[in-house]
Ligand binder design. Structure first.
Ligand code: UGA
Length: 451
């Protein structure tokens, strides 16, 4: 097939890039991945993924050159020159974290990727930005390409935001809900239709826009998701005050298809490397554009969300009782990652709660199925246990803070034997209250009646 002749490079092999590179190889292309960190490249070239993501390592090993039985379509390098010579289409997948002490995002990885790539573009190429960036970045980067690429205007830019979720990265990349491309020419659109021919044939909608709209689709989608979570968490606050049940409420409003059931799980709120920093960067950018009033509600979304963490700490303090607060109390924390099926602890509400309790004198013991290493690196002073059972041993209160399947399958009776007090607070509204109460536990959850 003629489109398979296109050669693809992926610049930045973190979460997004590693997944995108493997997915492009799966679609049948020859792919070259580049990262500036040699250790990352060595690992990937050996068929190992530097993070936990279900199905990604298998997909990688299916295609990485040199691995027995692989298609050999996927290779890795640290050489910009090689990337420039190889690629017809270059995907830029570097990250844009929040700047320290500021709302704005840090564009330095994107800027340096473009600065390194441009001088290597000695033949016509399409550069496709996938990173989440402030609106207006694509126009600026497009001018930079034309100016610095040896092929001049034959080095073209497109913007193609990514919507994958951690934990579902492979599936979301191979079968996306939609593909959004911001382009300035028919040639760019045509190339991207070729690249995404597989998913398009399977029914993924293909939305063509200008640059600013493509950039905005990403930040507005994440803002909407964050708003939905904070909305239900605001309802949880009201439910607690009025003795209502936010879980029932979410179910009931969710039957209205205009509202929908998804992303209405109340609890300790959203975290991770995306939603929190994206809404802040969006506010910062709107401010620069003189449109800050349009997004003041996101400040509220952010503060409702941050309030959840403090509220969980308060519920725990209240639960262990006494005027001494957490002093001398053992607190078991189930979950460290910002969500299940990931080892990512960036801006994790669970670890934030654990850290606050530790600072207030509680003896915290954390267990997480996949996030232990990352958690220990970030919060070395917390206690850790190798299993949920060991974390719960001797605990005065158990906090369920990340809704791993493993925690839903725990046997409350078995845990009850080792806990000092049978008291569990569900910060994710994900456990079965009847199951725990049936085994003699006091079960409490956020936004639900105490019962
Ligand atoms: C999010 C978006 O969902 C993706 O579409 C987007 O591509 C990605 O950010 C990104 O910008 O790269 P992700 O950060 O992987 O994906 O995680 P989500 O599944 O969105 O969950 C975010 C947080 O919200 C988690 O802490 C989760 O526990 C919390 N959450 C989610 C709730 O508290 N309640 C819910 O009902 C749903």
């Amino acid at each position: 097939e003629h489109y398979m002749a296109l050669k693809i490079t992926v610049i930045g092999t973190g979460y997004l890039g590693a997944t995108h590179a493997a997915a492009m190889a799966e679609l049948g292309f020859e792919v070259l991945g580049l990262d500036v960190v040699p250790e990352k490249i060595e690992m990937l070239a050996a068929g190992r993924v530097p993070m936990y993501e279900p199905g990604l390592e298998e997909l990688l090993r299916k295609h990485v050159a040199g691995i027995e039985g692989s298609t050999g379509r996927l290779r890795f390098t640290t050489s910009w020159e090689e990337v420039g010579a190889f690629g017809d289409v270059h995907f830029v997948c570097v990250n844009t974290p929040q700047k320290r002490g500021e709302y704005a995002c840090d564009m330095s990885y994107v800027d340096s990727a473009f600065a390194s790539l441009a001088p290597q573009l000695t033949r016509p190429a399409l550069v496709v930005g996938k990173s989440t960036v402030p609106v207006g970045s694509a126009a600026r980067l497009s001018a930079l390409l034309t100016e610095r690429a040896p092929v001049g205007a034959d080095a073209e830019l497109a913007w193609n935001p990514e919507f994958l979720r951690e934990g579902f990265a492979v599936r979301d990349t191979l079968h996306p809900d939609r593909i959004v491309v911001g382009v300035e020419s028919e040639r760019a659109e045509k190339l991207l239709r070729e690249v995404y021919g597989g998913p398009i044939e399977e029914g993924s909608p293909f939305v063509v826009t200008d640059f600013p709209t493509a950039e905005l689709v990403k930040t507005s989608a994440n803002s909407f998701l964050a708003t939905k979570i904070s909305f239900i968490n605001a309802m949880a606050e009201v439910c607690e005050a009025a003795d209502g049940d936010v879980v029932k409420l979410a179910e009931a409003i969710g039957y209205d298809e205009r509202i929908g059931k998804k992303f209405l799980r109340a609890g300790i709120g959203f975290g991770g490397g995306c939603l929190p920093k994206d809404i802040r960067a969006f506010m910062a950018r709107a401010g620069e554009l003189g449109a800050d009033q349009a997004l003041t509600f996101l400040r509220e979304v952010d503060s409702i969300n941050m309030r959840r963490r403090g509220h969980m700490v308060e519920l725990a303090r209240e639960a262990v009782g006494g005027s001494g607060g957490f002093l001398g109390k053992r607190v078991a924390v189930l979950g460290a990652t910002f969500k299940p099926d990931s080892d990512d602890v960036r801006d994790s509400p669970a670890l934030n709660v654990a850290g606050q309790i530790h600072l207030q004198g509680g003896q915290v013991t954390v267990y997480d199925p996949k996030g232990m290493e990352n958690a220990q690196r970030l919060f070395p002073t917390l206690g850790y246990a190798p299993t949920a059972l060991e974390a719960v041993r001797g605990a005065d209160v158990v906090l369920h803070l990340t809704e791993w399947r493993e925690f839903r399958e725990l046997d409350p009776a078995e845990l009850g034997e080792v806990a000092s007090v049978r008291l569990i607070l569900d910060g994710r509204n994900a456990l079965d209250p009847e199951l725990w109460r049936g085994a003699g536990w006091t079960y409490r959850a956020m936004g639900r009646p105490k019962a």
